[in-house]
Design a protein around this ligand. Structure first.
Ligand code: ADP
Ligand code: MG
Length: 426
């Protein structure tokens, strides 16, 4: 699949199964997947035999993909993220969000249960006994990134043997959490609240002082994640905070530098840089239950500012698109409507500011909205469906991040050496 064929936005919903405990306590399933793209939700629960009669009701929501309770981790990965991974190697950015209330399955979707239960015990449930690997999006993406790099390296090696040139791949990782509008480097527990810096000219936002670690394998990254999650837990006890209220942001940057001898007269190297951001968002329930009870959302109230800002960005992006569509058919509306187009509010929170380039539209977006089927979670699940439904309207245009840089002296020397060797061969 070529980069152009890959959708720029995928909004998927995944319903987790009722847990044994929920089943034992008589919880009913209030949401179901019908077909491949539709979720039906009904407050009191819907018996399967009544599903058909509910079609077309106001409680029906459509998405790019709707994963039923039986969906496996592989299915979720294959249909959402898998095709995007090669584009990261080509220099595109992509961001994956796991959205949903606490207990809805975000961490399960992102992390899952890892094959190597001894090293990654924190990702393993006691119930996990069947020995079947059940890895989530993060471990699967990482292993695909390194697998694909290896394949490309082999191809390049053959090419360089024939035509000369050189290339190198580097993968770096950062892992941070955003809690209460403070950014903490999970790979450097001593770091305090880190600040965001925006390059005024390029518009690129970076976290000042954030540690970026070079990694050589998926296992390296999973080890770092494990350390990071320990730091997260320590922080949680000392500050008496609840990790379900913080966003965990893992960013993997893949850099490819290549010099080719086909362009003999141009001493340039091409560098491409793709970034994959994988975000286990804070539980969405607090913000939504506050809204439900009609309490005014004020600064200092017990809300998650970043999650609200993300919703605002999604609203802004989707309503901008709607207005643009309307403008085409009625130019008189243009001026009037334009005033009401909300500016993308990524600066409203640390999370959205950090993800500015994803939200401004040069990055692929995958949102997986997780919901619990229990009728006791009806309100939360319903809010999640409404939130995700809005994200469907986002239109973006990803761009490749490739720069042609001046060759370093070393690269130039290597190139000359290679050229000499080729001449000698001839
Ligand atoms: P969240 O991160 O949204 O708070 P979790 O991912 O921790 O929720 O999920 C809550 C519980 O439900 C965990 O025990 C998890 O293993 C289980 N769970 C979530 N999704 C699934 C699923 N698709 N299949 C089986 N168990 C799941
Ligand atoms: Mg979680």
């Amino acid at each position: 699949m070529s980069a152009e064929d890959i959708p720029n936005v995928i909004v998927a919903v995944r319903i987790r199964p009722l847990s044994l405990d929920e089943q034992n306590h008589g919880h009913r399933s209030c949401c179901h997947v019908v077909g491949d793209q539709t979720v039906i939700i009904e407050k009191e629960g819907i018996p399967n035999r009544h599903l058909k009669s509910q079609r077309g009701s106001t409680n029906e929501y459509g998405f790019d993909i709707a994963f039923p309770v039986e969906a496996t981790q592989d299915e979720v990965y294959d249909r959402t993220v898998k095709n995007v991974i090669p584009t990261i190697l080509d220099g595109f950015n992509a961001t994956i969000f796991a959205y949903g209330a606490t207990g809805a399955g975000k961490t399960h979707t992102m992390m899952g249960k890892h094959r190597d239960s001894k090293s990654y015990d924190e990702f393993i449930d006691d119930e996990y006994e069947d020995g079947v690997p059940d890895t989530g999006i993060i471990p699967q993406s990482l292993s695909d990134i390194f697998r694909l790099i290896h394949i490309r390296q082999e191809e390049e090696k053959a090419q360089h043997e024939n035509e000369g040139g050189s290339s190198s791949w580097t993968v770096t990782v950062s892992y941070l959490e955003v809690y209460n509008e403070a950014i903490r480097d999970l790979l450097n527990p001593k770091s305090k609240n880190l600040s965001l810096r925006e390059d005024a000219q390029k518009g690129v936002v970076h976290v000042s002082g954030l540690r970026h670690v070079d990694v050589a394998s998926a296992t390296d990254v999973l080890d770092l994640l494990r350390t990071g999650n320990c730091n997260r837990r320590t922080g949680a006890t000392s500050a008496n905070k609840d990790s379900s209220r913080s966003h965990a942001v893992l960013q993997v940057t893949v850099k490819h530098t290549s010099t080719t001898l086909l362009s003999r007269h141009s001493p340039n190297a091409e560098i491409s840089e793709g970034k994959l951001s994988m975000i286990d968002l804070a539980g969405s329930e607090r913000a939504s239950s506050t809204q439900n009870s009609g309490i005014r959302l004020t600064e200092g109230a017990n809300i998650n500012k970043s999650l609200l800002a993300l919703a605002n960005c999604i609203n802004a992006l989707s309503s901008t698109t709607q207005k643009v569509m309307r403008r085409r058919s009625d130019s008189a509306l243009k001026v009037k409507e334009k005033r009401f187009i909300p500016r993308t509010k990524y600066r409203d929170s640390k999370l959205t500011h950090l993800l500015k380039s994803s939200l401004e539209g040069d990055c692929r977006l995958i949102m997986i909205a997780n919901i619990s089927p229990s009728h006791t979670s009806f309100e939360e699940s319903h809010n999640t469906l409404k939130y995700a439904n809005r994200a469907k309207n986002i239109k973006i245009r990803p761009k490749m991040h490739v720069v042609t840089a001046e060759m370093t002296h070393i690269q130039r020397a290597e190139k000359l050496e290679q050229e000499n060797a080729n001449l000698r061969k001839e």
